[in-house]
Design a protein around this ligand. Structure first.
Ligand SMILES: [Zn+2]
Ligand SMILES: [Zn+2]
Length: 161
């Protein structure tokens, strides 16, 4: 009996959901985790949701602060463990800069570079024009088979300047 009602509901929610998919800057972390069959407990889902869909890479403590707004009982240890597990399966990247707290990057599968604020440590994903890997001339490769390039742009964010 209830399943008849759900047909109507699911049509509504599908329509409501489709505009969100086109938002720019969304990472597809949650989709990727589902796709690989990672067991999404309530805690894991909240940690993934907090990281997903934002160009700003959060520290573990920031992830925890946002996670407890959604799931008040989630512990700091659970957040740290879940982040560590997602790093170990290669779905998020740990970004360490200038000896500050590590930040977590959900865009593990999209080539991009980082823009780092020297004031507050905020990191944004950026895509420079041209391929930084191709920018290194053969004479500067010293026989290396070069496979990746990381470029960090530094400056002050609007809040710090
Ligand atoms: Zn800043
Ligand atoms: Zn990034």
């Amino acid at each position: 009996m209830e399943s008849e009602c759900r047909c109507v509901l699911s049509t509504d929610s599908f329509e409501a959901r489709s505009p969100a998919v086109t938002l720019t800057g969304m990472s597809d972390l949650l989709e990727r985790l589902r796709g690989r069959g990672w067991r999404l407990t309530a805690q894991r889902r909240v940690v993934a949701e907090v990281l997903d869909g934002d160009h700003v890479h959060l520290t573990a403590d920031e992830v925890h602060a946002r996670a407890i707004e959604r799931l008040p009982e989630i512990s700091r240890a659970t957040v740290y463990n879940t982040l560590g597990e997602m790093v170990s399966i290669g779905e998020i990247i740990e970004v360490a800069t200038d000896g500050r707290a590590k930040r977590y990057d959900p865009n593990a599968h999209r080539p991009h570079q980082h823009l780092v604020c020297s004031g507050c440590g905020t990191i944004r994903d950026v895509r420079p024009q041209g391929d930084p890997l191709a920018a290194l001339p053969p004479a500067e490769r010293f026989g290396f088979a070069v496979t990746a390039a990381e470029v960090t742009y530094r400056g002050l964010c609007p809040d710090c300047s």
